[in-house]
Write a protein of this length. Structure first.
Length: 203
């Protein structure tokens, strides 16, 4: 990192931006891995007005590029300048992979995003040390009342095919309007088999 001889006003302005911005809400969404993240736009929208208000600007000063097939690595040195004339530089690295022409743009976007986060200590809930976001567990489809009753019958039959077949026939004989109530009650009884036997009698 390099800097101007004096940085007191610059550091005070950075601290003021940090205090004004606080937490940045995440609006980015990765639909494949099912997680949200703070995008470059989220950070720029939150920080931009505060940079202007406190006389700050951040711009790329030097870009070192490495390319390996369709993967690009950038190390971007950013200059953070203050209206007083004070300045400092920091460097951030990023990688991007694209078979077309967007790998470098992806890198530059990532580099700026993390430069803003690091300089202004912005909390977003994202953690770059997490290799792979944990996908949300898919929600289990809700069982129909008939399926609940049949599952209860299967468990109670304990392999007795004759009992199970008779109970399923009794369940299927019930009017659809009664099934939700029956499904609720079956989970509360101590002897499921006895309950199903009564159901069979009253079909």
């Amino acid at each position: 990192m390099t800097q101007s001889p004096e940085v007191g006003e610059l550091v005070a302005a950075i601290a003021a931006v940090t205090g004004a911005v606080g937490y940045v809400q995440k609006t980015g969404r990765n639909t494949h891995h099912r997680y949200t993240y703070a995008s470059d736009e989220d950070l720029a929208r939150a920080i931009g007005p505060e940079l202007a208000a406190h006389g700050l600007a951040i711009m790329p000063h030097r870009i070192d590029t490495t390319r390996d097939d369709d993967r690009v690595t950038l190390i971007v040195t950013w200059r953070i300048a203050h209206s007083s004339g004070q300045w400092m530089t920091i460097a951030t690295a990023g990688e991007g992979c694209d078979k077309q022409d967007k790998a470098a743009y992806k890198c530059l976007t990532g580099c700026r995003k993390y430069a803003l986060r690091l300089v202004f200590c912005i909390a977003t809930g994202d953690d770059a040390e997490v290799d792979t976001p944990t996908p949300s567990a898919p929600s289990k489809p809700k069982q129909s009342p008939r399926a609940v009753l049949i599952d209860a019958a299967k468990a109670a039959a304990a392999g007795d095919a004759q009992k199970f077949t008779g109970w399923v026939a009794a369940i299927n004989a019930q009017p659809d309007r009664l099934l939700p109530t029956l499904a609720q009650r079956i989970g509360k009884v101590d002897d499921v088999g006895a309950a199903l036997d009564k159901l069979k009698v009253t079909k």
